[in-house]
Design a protein around this ligand. Sequence first.
Ligand code: GLU
Length: 506
Amino acid sequence: MISTPARVRFAPSPTGFFHIGGARTALFNWLYARHTGGQFILRIEDTDRKRFHPDALQDHLAGLRWLGLDWDEGPEVGGDYGPYFQSQRLSLYQEWADWLVEQGAAYRCYCTAAELSEMREQQRAGKQKVGYDRRCRWLSPAERAAREAEGRSWVIRLAVPLDGEVTFHDVIRGDITYANAELQDAVLLKSDGWPTYHLANVIDDHFMKITHIMRGDEWLSSVPLHWHLYRAFDWEPPVWAHLPVILNPSGKGKVSKRAIRTPSGATIPVFVHEYQQMGYLAEAVVNFLSGIGWALDGETEIYDRKTAIAAFDIHHIQASPAAFPAEKLEWMNGMYIRQMADEALLQALLPFLSQQLGIDAGTLAADKRLHLLIPAIRERMKTLKDAGPLIDFIWADDVPIPTATDLIPRKTTCEQTCVILQAIIERLQGLQEWDEAGIETALRALVAELGVKAGQLFNPIRVAVTGRRVTPPLFVTLAAVGRTPTIHRLQRALQVLGDCGEHADH
Ligand code: GLU
């Protein structure tokens, strides 16, 4: 199907950090823009001054950049339909709100906060539905003039039809019908001259020439009101596509603003920057998010963004709620780490290692030992944070001195272990080149010569040299640790074995 270039937007409110659910919304819009050769617009809906969070904007911009969701118009890049901050478009909203009043589609409401709360009290007491009773909608011109003369402040409310229905089409949900009687005469412009979400959103989508509105499902209930606004303005509404709700991994309950709950009761963070800090790769997160409510072909799980762009179709987004498949993300991230070139992985690891090891990133980048180890640990990593604990002993001044119990392999005596360790020390001291292949050849030959099992020889070395039982593959580990520390730690192990070591000497 050939699609015409779409103009789509991501319209976050800077009231909090960039949420992973918001990232899914941004991604779907971005994919659709790129698929159709259209534009992805970033618009900042900063009209809620009370909930404004000073770090939210930068957090969104940084998160979008990290994910590689570049915007064609918006903050820092500009564009022909700006400004892209709603706080800079107030006069536009005021003008159109006044126009609606002139047309009789909206009206000034002079009710004070006290009057409104009294009205609600009475509604509650009378067991009536609570909501604005439209008293200012029916004011006579004389009553209006009196209130104006009193110098009362006012808001502008939309005069929605009192009966009948509104039916609109959503690409994902199909036709949806609401009874007008259910709707409120919503406030469009507040008494301080600032617009509400409804007014600013509709005006901006129109003037920014948005063709498709793709957003979270929680906005679906705003559409009837927006539909009446488009009608009142006599503007053609864009195509609506409300994305499926994201549920907790258990399938129970919507993912909240604060945390994702796993079936075991643990929680997973929700902010995009936290995924970055946890060592996830942007490519893996993009791949992962694209699968929440959409699927490439129902089979392929790992695909790059080019493939997603080529295949992305707004008509194939599912309507039913989608659970956040938390365990898939780790697996996917591991797959992406395995696919990375050594140099790219090294670069990605540097900030994490630098922090974990307390070593400057530049120093680490030049460290040959790190270059040696990367291919060896790649398979064992799920996130970029996993490398540090696997290899930190390389940079440790010293490693814990092992106990005899740690050193002596199963079905081996202390004496045998001493003999093996001494043979290892001699063999390694005599090595010409200290490299992985040389170490491997020498040690495997020794296994054969001594007639022992590989584990009987390798395990004491691992424990003696690294202070732990689980490490990257042994030979490359020794190559990275270096000859002097290796021999020193093996000799130290021999001392630990003490008496039986003396005994073996005789
Ligand atoms: N500012 C709204 C939000 O924070 C945008 C909703 C919409 O896309 O219309 O999600």
